[in-house]
Design a protein around this ligand. Structure first.
Ligand SMILES: [Zn+2]
Length: 221
């Protein structure tokens, strides 16, 4: 995509700044065979400050959600292409180590088996919060949203069907991303609740609050 630079309100911080169109759902999550994905095409205006460091965080995020769970076709395609190439680059060892740091032995599964714990890495959850902020803008929900208004964590159980059914928006390209939200619009509390499931395996939940103070009050710091 061409970098079209223009004055606009940043879709994340809301400030009037020099912006470029940025992908809300990181492009690096999509293998070549899915380059026409409608989720991949969701873009917002974003300023340089909000977009700082994104490419590296996006690659790390992809690598982490890919190694969790069993391989599916979209995962295999990414592993055999962009991920392997990424590890061959100058900073490839660091990227690989970033992943290994999150792995813990899983003796219940078998010897030499590991589980990965994405929530132990603040960069992963920050990427999730940023995707939620961008999708919130895209869907015309609360705006602007600071990072501090959003809480995100790994969903540790499967999502009950009745909660999925209650989501007012539920969109899926299941082999890469499925997400949904429920808009609550409590003036001093919860603005919206979210789930995002990547590669049919790693699910995150998110809560957007009316203010940073409201988030602290409900979720702690
Ligand atoms: Zn911004």
């Amino acid at each position: 995509m061409k970098r079209r630079i223009r004055w606009d309100n940043c879709g994340l911080c809301g400030e009037l700044r020099i912006t470029t169109r940025e992908h809300v759902v990181p492009r690096s999550l999509y293998p070549a065979s899915k380059s026409n994905s409608r989720f991949q095409r969701i873009t917002i205006a974003a300023c340089a400050t909000c977009n700082n460091g994104t490419a590296d965080d996006d690659a790390h995020f992809r690598n982490v959600v890919l190694v969790a769970g069993e391989a599916i076709d979209a995962v295999k395609e990414l592993w055999s292409g962009p991920v392997r190439r990424g590890f061959a680059q100058v900073d490839g060892h660091r990227r690989a180590r970033d992943i290994f740091d999150l792995m813990r032995p899983a003796p219940d599964v078998g010897p030499n088996r590991y589980r990965i714990f994405p929530a132990e890495d603040p960069r992963i959850l920050q990427t999730v919060r940023k995707i939620i902020r961008g999708l919130s803008r895209h869907h015309g929900l609360a705006y602007p949203l600071s990072d501090g208004q959003v809480f995100a964590d790994v969903m540790r159980q499967t999502i009950p069907e009745e909660i999925l059914a209650a989501m007012e928006h539920n969109a899926a390209e299941p082999d890469v991303l499925e997400y949904g939200y429920l808009s609550l619009d409590e003036p001093h509390g919860l603005s919206s609740a979210w789930f995002l499931r990547f590669f049919q395996r790693t699910t995150f939940i998110g809560f957007v609050f009316a203010s940073e103070a409201a988030r602290q009050q409900h979720m702690g710091h």
